[in-house]
Every structure is written in C-alpha cells, then in structure tokens.
Design a protein around this ligand. Structure first.
Ligand SMILES: C[S@@+](CC[C@H](N)C(=O)[O-])C[C@H]1O[C@@H](n2cnc3c(N)ncnc32)[C@H](O)[C@@H]1O
Length: 409
C-alpha cells in the first residue's frame, strides 16, 4: 500500500513500543500511533513517514480495548498513557523492563511492582508555561505541541489545581518576562511557587512591579508558603525526616512511591555497615537506610549539599561531599553503594570503580531504562542481579523508574 502523509487507513494495534505508542502493521510496514492500545482497531491519519515506519494519529476508534478507561482526546504530552488502565500500564512497564534486560543478556523474570492506589494527583512538582496573551494563562503542550490552557492537570496536587484554575480564569495581567511557573508541594500540599527556573535575579528585580499583583494573589491562598523571590525553604517531612527544599533542590516527584522504593533499598542493605549514597540529592535515600552506622553522601548540586549539611551537622555517622561523584571514587569506600543518577546513567569512571573496588551490594535506582541496562551490562561480570522492581513513580505516563538490587558474585 502506498502511504502518504494525510492518508487515512484502518489498522489493528498489535503491540506497544518502548515509548508507549501503539504498533500496527500494513504489509509489514510499521505504523506508530499515540493513544492506541493493543487489540484496538482504528482509522488513523498518517502524520509523518520515514524509511521504516510512519507516525499516525487516531481519527476514529472502531473497537476499544477493555483497558481503555478514559477517552480524553486532549491528552497532554506529559500524560501519554492517561487513558490506559493502571493494570495495563503496569504490564507495559514490566514487559518493557524484562525485554530490555533480556536484550542485554540479563534475563530476569521476577520483576516486582512497587505502586500505590494513588495514580492521579501524585506529582509534587509541576511546571506550567505562560502563554503570550492579554491575561496570565498557563498551559501544557499536547502531543502535537499545541498549547493547551488547562484548569485541571490530572497529575498535579489538589492545591496546585486550585491555583491553576483560579489563574486561568482570572484577569491577572500577562507578565512579559515570565516564561513558566513551577509549583512544588509538600506532604501537606503546602506550596512553594517559582517564577521560571532560569529567571535572573537582576532581571526579576528590574521588573518586580509587574509581579506585585501575582504575588499578592498567590499569597492570598493559605496553603501557599513561599513565592519567588522569597528565600524561605519549603518544609517537607518524608519517612520521619524533615527536609527543607529550596527552588532548585531535587526531590522524587512521587512521595508515596518513593517511600516504598526506599524501603526496598533499606531492607536490601540490612547487613551493610557503611554505604555511599552517590547522587544523593537531599539525602532522602541515605537517611532512610535503617541499619548502616555510616553513610557518605555525594552530590554536585550546591543547594542540595547545603541543605543536607544543615541536617547532618557534626553527626559522625555522616560525611558529605559537594562534588562530581566521578572525581572522588577513591573516597567512595564502604560495603554498599546506592546510585540514583540522572537519565544519562553512570559515567565510565564510576563504572570502572564499581568493577575494581568491589562492593558487597549495589542499589541502582534509575529513571531511564536504556541507560540502566547499558550500565548493568558493564558490571555484570562482577555483580549479580538479586531483585528488580518496576517502580510506578509516574503513573499515567510512559516514563519508567526501575530499582535493581545487586550483590557481588
Ligand atoms: C535523580 S536525582 C537523585 C536524588 C536522590 N537520590 C533522591 O532520591 O532524592 C540525581 C541527583 O544527582 C545529582 N548529580 C547529577 N550528576 C551528578 C554527578 N556527576 N555527581 C554527583 N551528583 C550528581 C543531582 O544534583 C541530583 O540531586
């Protein structure tokens, strides 16, 4: 069949690819379609074609999957699996994880889910963009990069949505230098609100008057605790430990699921006397290790280590380093190491260290399956996989978080 952009064809979805797109075939030519689930038939419009595959969008859903639980047509780029049942999302995650491990020669069949009932409104950090308009309007992108002004974001906290709705129906004035607003909440859904991650303090200062109305509006909500540029931290209590978040400090976006995942690390490290929490952020994993008498924290973010140092004070149990972890491998001495890197995974310097200074145990928490598997392959001669967890950190999306516990061979 000759496919051209704009053509409408009937397809049957037979699989989902790594990115959560429905897979169909016409004469062995693959067509990827967003929001099309296994066993669904649909007429789809071809939106782009390359040598080996085409991308399409649903025009008309002919037969629905029993796993389709919603029919939100304006689904956002950030909630690509929102219409799929939780059980099928979990199946997708476990299948993907198992396939990627198998491809790397690391076959592992008992992948255990870590999830909670709470699969909506779980995000403690949400960023919305500012639309060029007469009034202040916040939007998210849909899958075609259209700007969608929404009054409710299914993954955001209750109070974030209250403000989102109020702003997007208000007559607050548009502010020319404001590009985005980030809402962050604690476990009580109290909010810290940041105007644009990259706004320069000098630029803000010279435009401060433009923000007066918005700041006053935001502070009128009793649950709003900090608004940029105020420097108060947002207080968070997580696993019985008190944290102070600044605008830039890192925290896992889903408190409840992170809580369960960290328990699995702590249980696995129950016979470990001293460990390293590399890529520690505010130290949330290291502080949740119950038995280790000594923990070394490493992070290259100044805000994170500043906050962490206030907490560890002069407690001899803890040591911290504000440094690139790859530059101090000689100091990473202990029986166990926790690695929770950004999407890019581990640098070869740290991989070489893991292969020369052999730890008794490693916990690897990852938000990118491909780099995780790449790294596991590099250390497989020295470490054996003991447990793999499909961590449901981002329900409603195709993003995958994985926890792998390993021990030395
Ligand atoms: C995914 S976060 C993990 C944070 C922490 N484990 C937690 O659960 O809250 C990754 C952290 O690694 C830090 N980081 C990124 N690259 C690093 C590097 N080369 N050396 C040390 N820390 C790094 C970031 O600042 C960030 O805090």
């Amino acid at each position: 069949m000759n496919l051209i952009v704009g053509k409408i064809v009937n397809v049957l979805c037979i699989d989902m690819n790594y990115h959560g797109l429905g897979v169909a075939k016409i004469d062995d030519f693959v067509i990827f379609t967003r929001d099309l689930f296994i066993d669904e038939r649909a007429s789809v419009r071809i939106i782009s074609i390359s040598k080996n595959y085409a991308n399409a969008e649903v025009v008309n859903l002919i037969t629905k999957s029993i796993h389709r639980v919603r029919e939100d047509k304006f689904f956002l780029d950030s909630t690509d699996l929102y219409n799929l049942s939780d059980s099928e999302q979990l199946r997708f995650q476990i299948h993907n994880t198992s396939e990627q491990l198998k491809r790397a020669g690391l076959e592992f069949n008992n992948i255990v889910p870590i999830s909670t009932e709470n699969t909506l409104n779980y995000r403690n950090k949400c960023k919305f963009f500012v639309k060029r308009d007469k009034f202040l309007r916040l939007f998210l992108y849909d899958y075609k990069y259209n700007k969608i002004v929404i009054t409710n974001f299914s993954l955001a906290s209750k109070n974030t949505n209250i403000i989102l709705e109020q702003i997007n129906t208000s007559s607050l004035k548009f502010i020319s230098i404001l590009e985005s607003i980030t809402f962050r909440c604690n476990e009580k859904d109290e909010l810290m609100i940041n105007f644009n991650d990259y706004i320069h303090p000098k630029l803000y200062a010279s435009n401060e008057n433009e923000f007066l109305e918005l700041r006053k509006f935001l502070y009128s909500f009793p649950f709003v605790k900090v608004v940029y540029p105020d420097r108060k931290p947002l207080k968070v209590e997580f696993k019985g430990v008190k944290y102070e978040l600044s605008y830039n400090s890192f925290f896992q976006v889903n408190y409840q699921v992170a809580d369960l995942a960290f328990d699995k690390i702590s249980d696995f490290f129950n016979d470990i006397n001293d460990c390293i929490d590399a890529y520690c952020g505010l130290g949330a994993i290291g502080f949740s290790i119950k038995n280790a008498p000594k923990v070394i924290f490493v992070d290259n973010n100044r805000d994170n280590i500043y906050q962490l140092n206030k907490k560890i004070n002069s407690n001899p149990k803890y040591t911290s380093y504000l440094v690139d972890v790859n530059t101090i491998t000689s100091k990473l001495l202990g029986e166990g190491i926790i690695v929770d890197p950004p999407r890019g995974g581990l640098d070869d310097t740290l991989i070489n260290h893991l292969n020369s200074y052999i730890y008794k145990k490693i916990s690897y928490l990852s938000c990118d399956l491909l780099t995780l598997v790449r790294d596991l392959k590099k250390i497989k001669d020295n470490y054996e996989i003991v447990e793999v967890y499909a961590v449901r950190m981002f329900p409603g999306t195709s993003s995958i978080e994985t926890l792998v516990n390993l021990k030395k061979r």
